[in-house]
Design a protein around this ligand. Sequence first.
Ligand SMILES: [Zn+2]
Length: 186
Amino acid sequence: MREELEIKLGNDFPFMKRTNTNDGNIYQKWGCECADGWYQLLRDLCQEITNIYSNAGMPIDIIVEQVKEKFATLRFYYSFEGTPCPIQAFDCLSDGTGIRFQPRNESDNEDKKKLRKDIAQTVRKYEEKSKFVCECCGNEGTIRMELPWKRTLCDQCLSEHLQKIEHRKAEQKRQIQKLKDKLKEK
Ligand SMILES: [Zn+2]
């Protein structure tokens, strides 16, 4: 994602702020590992998370661990202060299904447990939504199988992607032909 969009997210939602700490946190290191089209989706998710905390009257203690595209959908991994979640998911199945884990703390009181459940549900909701939002431009999209790797794109962005791939293939062919011709000359 473009740096200016990430900075905006960080300014509007403090838990999305990236500081240059090198503590092994993937989000801190790499930021949002997806294209710009999911910016609004992420904003809406962050707003809902903020609302959940303010409705519960609790201080925000979410730690964003990793934000990325995987199997054409958004993945938003997180933990809570004092409640690490070292393994977030097993993305072992090629159809995109996997097993998700969520940070749990048995000593949490009921209010906190509910808050954490609400956040988990909200995160899942937005990850599901990403299946219908073009990762490149944010318009309505759908998961495309005709690319070298699956992505969620609108018709326009898909055709641009396919054109780019065709162009690259043609260019490679030209280069190979050039080499062949050179070898013949010798
Ligand atoms: Zn698009």
